[in-house]
Design a protein around this ligand. Structure first.
Ligand code: SF4
Length: 271
């Protein structure tokens, strides 16, 4: 997405009252975007923005200068990782980037601590096929634990082996199981009521979770041709929701999505 499109989109969302910004990438990592810091600075130039962040594996954080990174004003980063050595990391993520990730994670935690913790760094430990005690006793795990208040051991102890397979796009290792496909005909997914997502080509979707090509029936228009207000309050989104809620017609992309969120949004309650 060019900066001009980003600025137009942010300006519009600011007028709509948006105060949270997530640099979410559908199967990808925001740290691979060379304009990430420039974009972040623009978003944070509006006082109304209360939080801004992204999810990452941190495999590419070393590409950024730490002072510049912190100066952007990110308020949170979610890190997906394992902390019990390169082999189990490779088993889960399929790449040999454990050492890079670990150095980046340690640097991020140390820099954040030195600066008085301006950023919430949430570490998500992914399941690995080894005894839990072995994970918790690994020296890398202990080192990371010493730098964060998060109870990582508790996370490992309650972990299961169910993960999202991104609609089958990610081949899971033998020891993992895809999340169940919960029944959904009677309740629209909560995410259809949370907000819209803007893709890098300017298309706008009611949910970007599984729409890798921005081509599903959840696409509402594009920022080049429509305003965000038109799309958020428009007929297309209303039709998608009511078709599901009252007509039991689940969009195809949602029918096999393992991230379906069954919570009832206040706006979805039957009148
Ligand atoms: S079911 Fe999946 S793709 Fe559909 S709205 Fe929910 S999270 Fe998005």
């Amino acid at each position: 997405m060019g900066m001009d499109v980003l600025k137009k989109t942010v300006d519009e969302s600011i007028r709509m009252g948006v105060s949270h910004y997530d640099f979410f990438v559908t199967i990808g990592d925001p740290l691979l975007d060379p304009l990430l810091l420039e974009r972040a600075r623009y978003v944070r130039s509006f006082a109304q923005i209360r939080d801004m962040g992204f999810s990452s594996t941190l495999q590419w954080l070393h590409l950024f200068d730490m002072d510049q990174f912190f100066a952007c004003g990110f308020t949170w980063v979610h890190v997906s990782t394992t902390l019990s050595g390169p082999e189990t990391y490779h088993e889960f993520f399929g790449v040999d980037k454990y050492d890079l990730m670990l150095n980046n994670l340690l640097a991020l935690l140390r820099e954040n601590n030195l600066r008085g913790k301006p950023m919430v760094i949430e570490i998500g430990i992914k399941p690995t096929p080894e005894p839990r005690r072995q994970i918790i006793d690994h020296p890398d795990f202990r080192l990371v634990q010493s730098l964060t208040d998060q109870d990582l051991a508790a996370m490992v102890m309650r972990e299961d082996f169910f993960v999202c397979d991104w609609g089958g796009a990610v081949k899971l290792p033998e020891y993992l199981r895809p999340l169940p496909l919960w029944p959904r005909e009677h309740r629209p997914c909560y995410r259809l009521f949370e907000g819209v997502q803007i893709f890098s080509n300017g298309k706008v979707g009611a949910c970007a979770c599984r729409d890798f090509e921005a081509s599903s029936e959840l696409i509402l228009g594009s920022v080049q041709e429509n305003t965000l207000t038109e799309m958020w309050n428009g007929e297309e989104l209303a039709r998608i929701r009511s078709n599901w809620q009252t007509g039991r017609r689940v969009p195809e992309i949602c029918s096999n999505c393992r991230s379906y969120d069954p919570r009832v949004h206040p706006a979805s309650k039957t009148k």
